[in-house]
Design a binder for this molecule. Structure first.
Ligand code: SF4
Ligand code: SF4
Length: 260
């Protein structure tokens, strides 16, 4: 947890550059309306057995994902909507203040605090310069606004899983990378995205959102994983990386692989 951490933002602007910023559904609608780009990161986990009730990490992963299949393999898929941009965020002003401060996404309100209550807070993993942690007067990292943003984002992340699963279904998004091996960023065009979001909102309002389940294709760049997936009857596609961590284009998106 981050409760006893002191912090004072230096307005260096580093956290407002080159990010994939997680968004709720309503934030995605707003972001697109303001002219920004939104993508969908899909993360997939084989899910053969249910975890014990004492495995808090697995239970959190379960709550953020939906049940699906990949051929004969049972899996869970975590869909994350992200505002994507290279370079400075379109809302970043020249003096590094936020041009949308009052209506900035929850993720912006939370940073550099941790969203995940199970994650140990480590200032060294953050982009903030060292003087942000060394203010002479103690200012808590978690004030009331940050606390509320963490609570709201955690709740929405669980509540919106099925709506995001349906978004994937409507936009024909059905490929994902394995957790910790890479990720797939799907980049539907703006019109497709806005139409799908409207459809989802209509179904939510009318209470007709179905439980979504689909067959997913696992993308991997690792020979050993491809062999494992084949042996369990999963649907998969092997991606060729020219260099480690290099981005590879796939239809309507990119695949980024980690490690060897
Ligand atoms: S919306 Fe504001 S706080 Fe969030 S990344 Fe953009 S400039 Fe930074
Ligand atoms: S990286 Fe940290 S110190 Fe710099 S603007 Fe973001 S929150 Fe503030």
């Amino acid at each position: 947890m981050n409760d006893d951490v002191g912090f004072s933002c230096t307005s260096c602007g580093k956290c407002c550059h080159d990010l994939k910023l997680p968004l709720s559904i309503s934030e995605a609608v707003d972001w697109l309306e303001r002219g920004g780009e939104v993508g969908v990161i899909c993360d997939l986990m084989p899910w053969v057995d249910e975890p014990p009730l004492t495995d808090m990490v697995a239970l959190r992963k379960k709550s953020l994902s939906f049940e699906a299949t990949s051929g004969q393999l049972k899996v869970r898929v975590t869909p994350i909507l992200v505002a994507q941009y290279e370079g400075p965020c379109p809302h970043l002003l020249s003096d590094f203040r936020c041009g949308q401060y009052e209506s900035r996404p929850l993720a912006c309100k939370i940073y550099p605090a941790e969203l995940n209550p199970l994650q140990v807070f480590d200032p060294n993993s953050k982009l903030c310069p060292s003087d942000a942690w060394q203010a002479e007067i103690f200012i808590p990292l978690i004030n009331q606004e940050v606390h509320l943003a963490i609570e709201t984002m955690n709740k929405l992340s669980v509540l919106e899983v099925n709506a995001k699963a349906n978004l994937c279904r409507i936009m024909n998004i059905n490929s994902a990378a394995l957790s910790n091996q890479g990720y797939v960023l799907h980049q539907p065009d703006r019109t497709t995205f806005q139409k799908a979001l409207t459809e989802i909102n209509d179904m939510i309002q009318s209470g007709t959102l179905p439980e979504s389940s689909a067959d997913w294709c696992v993308l991997t760049h690792l020979d050993v994983t491809a062999a494992d997936l084949k042996s369990v009857g999963a649907v998969f596609e092997q991606i060729q990386l020219e260099n480690l961590s290099k981005t590879v284009s796939i239809p309507n998106g990119i695949y980024i692989g980690f490690g060897g």
